[in-house]
Design a protein around this ligand. Structure first.
Ligand code: 13P
Length: 249
């Protein structure tokens, strides 16, 4: 089964209109790496201007509310991001699980809302350092996955991102062998949950991916792409990651 590599950037709470100039270089690299899909999860305020500036690039959000509308001050719905031109959203990022107390049930509801709205989702799972050191990483991650996987989960709209919490923004990464083992466990869990379509679903690794380590991390078994934070903020840092993915196919 060949899965088209997906390299996704997550700007988190960074970026402004001036920073959208970075997307031009990223879009050019995406064009020339035809076998690699590139997606950028931006702050909600930047989605519409980014879509206008770089219409060829898949622009998305970093979170959505599961409800279609209502009294949810400060939140944003699937229809709102879709109207702004978003094609996808991240759900269940560890920063939202930690800062906003999001549960697996919340993450599942958000993914379900994206499916209903015709958008794609990148669903994040990952263990803390304490959980890894206690030997519980695989149980935690597959448990999160099972509890947050929406009904209708399918490879044509959903990707899974394995982001160990202790690797996010720290410059530390698991070994290639540990990543391959975790992605294998995720794939096996997906097979149990959704059957053969699990083999078509993209599994991304996220956590301190850079141009220097991308080729090695992306070559790990069952790694079909990357979810990149800090190194997605500039074309200079992100383009080498796209090129590393293109070089592997
Ligand atoms: P860093 O690439 O900055 O470690 O962030 C990873 C991440 O959280 C992407 O969602």
């Amino acid at each position: 089964m060949t899965r088209r590599k997906l390299i996704a950037g997550n700007w988190k709470m960074n970026g402004d209109l001036a920073a959208l100039a970075e997307l031009e270089g990223i879009a050019r690299a995406a064009d020339s790496a035809g076998n690699v899909e590139v997606a950028m999860a931006l702050p909600a305020t930047l989605i519409a201007p980014a879509v206008a500036a770089t219409p060829g690039l898949a622009i998305g959000a970093q979170d959505v509310h599961p409800a279609p509308r209502g009294a949810h001050t400060g939140c944003i719905s699937v229809a709102m991001i879709a109207e702004a031109g978003a094609r996808f959203s991240i759900v269940g990022h560890s920063e939202r699980r930690a800062d906003n107390y999001e549960t697996d049930a919340d993450v599942k509801a958000k993914a379900t809302a994206l499916l209903a709205g015709g958008l794609s989702a990148i669903l994040c799972v990952g263990e803390t350092l304490e959980q890894r050191e206690a030997g519980k990483a695989e149980a935690v991650v597959t448990g999160q996955l099972t509890a947050s996987l929406p009904k209708g989960a399918a490879a044509d709209w959903l990707s899974i991102a394995y982001e160990p919490v202790w690797a996010v923004g720290t410059g530390r990464t698991p070994t290639v062998a540990d990543i391959a083992a975790m992605h294998g466990a995720i794939r096996a869990t997906l097979r149990t949950a959704i059957g053969a379509d699990a083999d078509a679903m993209r599994l991304l690794y996220g956590g301190s991916v850079t141009g220097d380590n991308a080729a090695a991390l992306l070559a790990a078994g069952d790694v079909d792409g990357a979810l990149v934070g800090g190194a997605s903020l500039t074309a200079a840092k992100f383009v080498p990651i796209i090129e590393a993915a293109a070089g592997l196919d």
